[in-house]
Design a protein around this ligand. Sequence first.
Ligand code: LLP
Length: 417
Amino acid sequence: MHDFQYLNGSLHCESVSLEKIAEKEGTPFYCYSRHTLARHVKSYSDAFKDIKNLICFAVKANSNIGVLRELIKEGAGCDIVSGGELFRALKAGCDPRKIVYAGVGKTEEEIEYALKSEILMFNVESSQELFAIDKVAKRLDKKAAVALRVNPDVDPKTHPYISTGLKKNKFGISIDLALEEYRLAARMDNIEIVGVHQHIGSQITQISPFVDAVERLLPFVEKLREINIHIKYIDVGGGLGITYKDESPPLPAELAKEIVPLLKKTDCTIVFEPGRVIVGNAGILVSKVLYAKKNEGKTFYVVDAAMNDLVRPSLYQAHMSIQPISHASLERGKVEADVVGPICESGDFLAKDRVLPEFKQGEMMAVMGAGAYGFTMSSNYNSRRRVAEILVTGDTYKVVRARETWEDLVRGETMAD
Ligand code: LLP
């Protein structure tokens, strides 16, 4: 469910016309619905209300502080993977006691920043990282709260680039070796073991991988207890998918129905790290057709957004659905076309061989479901300025990130002479 619908033949976000926003702010831009964001946090926390839970939004999916602020107001904490994400989470007003920090390559500088900020816990991915955290904590005369990220070797049945819980992936510590690492952690003076963490992948559209992972994790928690390690948090990660094309992923409530009975057996607080399912269809990317071009019978819509603005189609061959902003395009019939950006790469496309309404030059289209891993994966390739981000609330909107200027492009650069 989302809040983008046609009113009087024109696509709106909540009650605001996207044509109106484009007139005032120009294109391309990302547009997010506050109402969808809030509803998604609520549906996640409602689904798991029968167990002690903490929902930590995966900031990598959308790290705009305006967006984070709204999620935090709804009670969410943050799952971060860098000092930069910590900075954003704190800036947006997140309670540090609701911040969990994962990532295979935390630097000492980042560890120090997180320790000083008094986050809830580090999700640790290797023994060398444990030593690093212990060392920094010692220097600061602190105890670092940690969970170890165990890799349950479960196939999430998703795109290989976004599978993370298999033995061959770089993430976490194999569940078969993790007990030894816990013993090691327990011997460290400045480490306090508080939890266990896992995250098996992203855009997961079935319930069974989640169930399998939890079923592997719970006996492990038992084994920890047997060696006198009593944890408070079980962090089961994120990964729930959304509908981009014809997938029908479970709703949070459907997932909860299967895993809550398992998780209820522990008295731990269960941490969730949803990203995509919270922001994915709360956002779209609006772009304008610069040129409608025909080459040997093939139609290309050259639009003003490109792979630097939304890389998912180029990087994962992801299908992102496209809708016209105005119904006028719909009335003209259908054309098979590629939607491409201005970047000098053949891989620069938003859609390939797609049956679309016939667009005329100057008309606009929306790439739907672009709220997750859209802006956050954008870059300045081809010296393109990153686009504006807009947050709609009811009948008003706010530019929560200004479109970059030419000057922004060279900020920090200098010439040797
Ligand atoms: N927790 C951890 C430790 C993660 O690595 C991730 C995502 C999440 C939570 C959130 O997963 P989600 O609920 O959003 O599935 N750029 C890719 C997705 C990469 C996901 C990386 N990790 C894409 O555009 O599909």
